[in-house]
Design a binder for this molecule. Sequence first.
Ligand code: SF4
Length: 229
Amino acid sequence: MGDFSYKDIYIEDGRRVLEVNILPEKHCNFDCIFCPIGRSQNKVDTQKSFNKIDSSLTELGSMIENTKAELIFINSSGEALVNDKIDDVISLIKDKGLSVRLLSNGYLLGRDEYIKIANKCDEVIGEIKVITEEDFQKVQRPIEGYTIEEYISNMVSFNKQYKGKFIFEITIIRGYNDDEESIEKIKNIIKEISPNKIIITRMEDERFKKKLGITDERFEEISNILLNI
Ligand code: SF4
């Protein structure tokens, strides 16, 4: 048994999607207060080795064969780029002629070593959850020295050179980015990044929904604005 974990296969736009988590436990460069996985005991932005990588890769190969997956979605417990074998994971998938989608929070997409890896993926998802420096530090609690300005510019510069499909996921959070001024700022960020696809989401986790969730009406209103620029 390897260290990777999987979700049940599902169909998306006619393709069989297999989601794989390549981190045995949470490793992230942020420590968001609303993280569904819990606290970041391992706040990290450099790569590290994990045990059982050979058996994990073998198991991934079998999972792909058995499920007849067509798109492999690397959706991990934190920032998948910090697994030092992520390149091998992507190569294994690409060697089978299949597509890879990588979820990253987007901050590391400004660093050369990670740009090279992300460029091998057919689709990359980058995210944004708050838009002021103060909120970024307060609720996403990144590694020291990170700034929201650099966060956004990392995704902008990444997508300028990226040939694949860049998906930008925006989470609307009550009290943080659901007012008119924030929506205007988000519009400008979208224009700067120029993603191929935008996903608007909100706090759905029951633990945070009451405090940070927005109403269906407001969600629809904001989605209409942001998806139609
Ligand atoms: S970026 Fe995602 S995985 Fe990392 S701490 Fe925040 S919510 Fe959790």
